[in-house]
Design a protein. Sequence first.
Length: 338
Amino acid sequence: MKALLFLICSQFLVRALSAADLSSSGPFKVTIMEFPELTDAHRENRKVPIKVHLPDGRELCPIVVISHGAGGDWDTHFAQAQHLASHGYAVLCLEHIGSNLERMRQGMRFMKNLNEMIRDSNEVLGRPKDVSLALDCAAEWNGSHPKLRGRLDLQQAGVMGHSFGAFTTMVVCGMRPALDWLTPRVKPGKGLGPDLRDRHVKCGVALSPQGADEPFFIRESFASLKVPLLGISGTEDRQQGGLPASNRLDAFKLWPEGANRFIWLTNARHLDFTDSTGSSRRAMSSPTREDVQPIVRAATLLFFNSHLRADSEAAKQLQGVLLKPYLRGVVTNVEVLR
């Protein structure tokens, strides 16, 4: 009898979630504002360009800061930012100047530049500080900017990133970077690096989260996670240095107990987790991106609603059986691990 009741309830929830279609745009129109000349006076005036996606209206908006991967820019997640903003979030898309597209293209030595930037101590340890600067800017804008004043809920801030941006997200949420592979060397040269957590951040979403091993984390890095974190990866999402996709999943066992979740998608590839659609600067293509994005958008929105809006129903919906309506094409299965 209990099994039958559970099945009936599950089928009802699946139908309700399908009707809502959380992967589609929300009710708000979105305004875009660009701040290309922002600098951090505490870091030799490092430039930190930010593009803001703001829902129209007067409502107070939770904040999501987005960090792109190596070789990206502030438009790498354009469509995802638009999606979140259309559902009522103020989205701040960063551009990390030491690991952006311009840096990747220098001398047209793409792989050499990639390997250098993900081991560059200034960039590896500097990216989380870019996120903190963005939140400092949000506080300033909330008090004085003509279009942003009174719109930004500084008490409800999350962060999201892909690949190198996933690393950035994980560190901002409390995980500790490894020093082992950084150049120039940072004392003591091995082991855990500094605590770069931003205490304004209430939760995070790591797309293609890093596992243990070169170049970002060691096994001890994960235990210091302080806020709820959602990881999303897939069976074809290989890691740096030839490590298999399963290395990302295996590291989830090292995350501390709590409200953390890990979504594992069959046949999802690395570049599927970004989407620059709608921007003038298109990111690298992937043949399976359109199959992956619906479930990523729905899951991301549910997770942020759960932790930045205290939406208890959203928390209940973040489970495998209720995400199955978003499966498309080659993505034939979804697991939600706790």
